[in-house]
Design a protein around this ligand. Structure first.
Ligand code: FAD
Length: 520
């Protein structure tokens, strides 16, 4: 079950007095502060599907009393010093594209610290091959600037147009090309962080002894506010060659994926779809642009209800998803989509070598078509998800990771566990020599919201229990948030929790940063 603070209706949300505004301005020196209900509510919600379901019932957590938009590190530092002196909770807010409820304030009368004004992007350092950006910079702006200079960061999460550099680090984000370029924590070489006390630290790499930059990766606003970061960059690839293979079943597909990565090849994209996801991945489609919503990914919010017969059909089918899951289980063949990037000679050589591995694993060459299709449709997730809510349903995703010997067992165990509760499909991506991530998509019915929430909670409980039992990590790149807070403590174990507590005390002795989210 996810952790949740008390919930209220919008009408119950009290409006703070104007005196708070002047006091905050005087004490912190920050000019840009909002106490408008819209800004406060917006700052307390991300793209957590459970939050969307709760809002359908007219319920929401109590928002912060004010949203502060600091313009530089000095202002961030003053906010946190002030908050520490008064024990006022502060939640750092990036693009609000997180999917696990990490922005939900656990304590009332807190502040939201929105990083959107910390968005400066510096020109790339051509000699060091590095780039520095403010934590509030939107990913797409950074990548566009780099491309115009002939470089790439190599980080393209599907949320690139609505997520921030600081949010990426705070959640350990992984982009679609992670197999070649790594996850965000592999790319960052320096981060400017303001601790809960207001002190500014700048951990950097390489470092002798313990790498303390690493502790801020995945810290989800609980240890520090990240204000700026420097990343390693790469020359933009000369070419990207797509390829695709059909395997008789998931076992053969997993064998091919493992052999590719263990042989040392690094296709920038390697996505192995399970039988059902393969069908969707091959569905005919048109062109799709990268969505460019303003920060906050408003596009993901459901807008209007779809026609009643469609909603009825969806809810009828997904109320008892066991039958659909059994039907889907009849299909066997799976699809592997690959992208080979770099200089032409390098990409072509890799494509040839990988083709040999795939053929040896009984793969059938499907040509470049499915990879081109994937490239055209790769931003669609932010358009497809609202559609499900508009149909009176719910959708969520779970990205777990495990070593190769556990991959097939984990896939079967999670599928089996959630089968009575939600319709389930998956793809394997973000592969490494030692294992890979499995990205499950769960779909359910929510026309009756109470039943929908029940189904949603049962799905998550079953999926996380199965993943833990198989020895998987509960998160590869979405983070922990409220949805996985209990499971985090289980995964860390007693000693791990003790070390985490000590870190929290060292960085934030008063406990003002995102308190009670994980303070187990
Ligand atoms: C449609 C869609 C597609 C997605 N695809 C991907 C994907 O491909 N790969 C992927 O990794 N994720 C993906 N996500 C998840 C999400 O985009 C990432 O978790 C992202 O890194 C969050 O960044 P943000 O700026 O939106 O952070 P927010 O959602 O605003 O915040 C997330 C957490 O980080 C903390 N935080 C934010 N900024 C800071 C800061 N400066 N200092 C300290 N703490 C901070 C917040 O307090 C919160 O705990 C997707 C989400 C959506 C909605």
């Amino acid at each position: 079950m996810s952790r949740l603070p008390p919930l209220h209706s919008f009408a119950e949300i009290p409006q703070p007095s104007g005196a708070l505004l002047s006091e905050l301005r005087r004490a912190t020196g920050v000019e840009a502060i909002s106490i408008s209900p819209q800004d406060r509510v917006a700052a307390s919600r991300d793209m957590w599907p459970k939050g969307i379901l709760l809002r359908r019932k007219g319920l929401m957590p109590r928002p912060p009393d004010a949203v502060l938009y600091p313009k530089d590190t000095e202002e961030v530092s003053r906010i946190l010093r002030f908050a520490s002196e008064r024990s006022i909770p502060v939640v750092p807010v990036g693009g609000r594209s997180g999917v696990l409820g990490a922005l939900v304030p656990m304590r009332p009368h807190g502040l939201a610290l929105d990083t959107r004004r910390l968005s400066q992007i510096h020109p790339p350092d051509r000699e060091r091959l590095e780039v520095t950006a403010g934590a509030g910079a939107i990913g797409l702006d950074l990548e566009r600037m780099l491309r115009s200079e002939g470089f790439t960061l190599g980080h393209a999460p599907a949320s690139i147009s609505g997520s921030t550099v600081g949010g990426w680090i705070a959640t350990r984000s992984a982009g679609q090309h992670s197999s070649r370029y790594g996850k965000i924590e592999d790319m960052v070489v320096e981060a400017e962080c303001v601790l809960g006390t207001g002190e500014v630290v700048r951990p950097s790499r390489p470092v002798p002894g313990t790498d303390w930059l690493e502790i801020f990766a995945g810290s989800e606003g609980s240890l520090a506010v990240i204000t700026e970061a420097t990343f390693r960059i790469w020359p933009a690839p000369e070419i990207a060659i797509g390829s695709a293979w059909r395997f008789p079943d998931l076992e053969h597909g997993v064998q091919a994926l493992r052999e590719i990565f263990q042989a040392g090849y690094r296709p920038s994209v390697a996505r192995l779809y399970d039988p059902l996801d393969s069908l969707l991945a091959l569905w005919p489609s048109g062109e799709s642009e990268v969505p460019t919503p303003p920060p906050g990914m408003r596009e993901l919010q459901p807008r209007e209800a779809r026609p009643a017969p469609l909603r009825m059909l969806w809810n009828l089918a997904l109320r008892q998803p066991g039958i659909l899951n059994r039907l889907a289980g009849v299909r066997r063949s799976v699809l592997l989509v690959l992208l080979h990037e770099g200089e032409r000679w390098e990409a072509e050589a890799e494509a040839r070598a990988v083709a040999e591995v795939c053929a040896r694993c009984e793969g059938r060459d499907l040509g470049e078509g499915p990879a081109q299709r994937w490239l055209r449709r790769r931003w669609d997730v932010s358009r497809n998800f609202p559609l499900v809510f508009e149909l009176g349903g719910w959708v969520d995703t779970l990205e777990v990771a495990i070593g190769w010997s556990g991959v097939l067992r984990l896939y079967q165990a999670v599928r089996q566990a959630v089968s009575p509760h939600a319709f389930c499909m998956a793809h394997l991506s973000h592969a490494y020599p030692d294992g890979c991530s499995i990205y499950f998509t769960f779909l359910g019915a929510a026309e009756d919201v109470d039943l929908g929430i029940e189904q949603y909670d049962a799905t998550w409980a079953a999926a996380l229990a199965a993943a833990r039992k198989e020895g998987a990590t509960i998160s590869h790149h979405h983070g922990v948030g409220l949805q996985k807070a209990e499971a985090l403590a289980e995964e860390l174990g007693e000693k791990g929790v003790e070390v985490l507590r000590a870190l929290l005390r060292a960085c934030d002795p008063v406990g003002v940063l995102s308190p009670e989210k994980w303070k187990t």
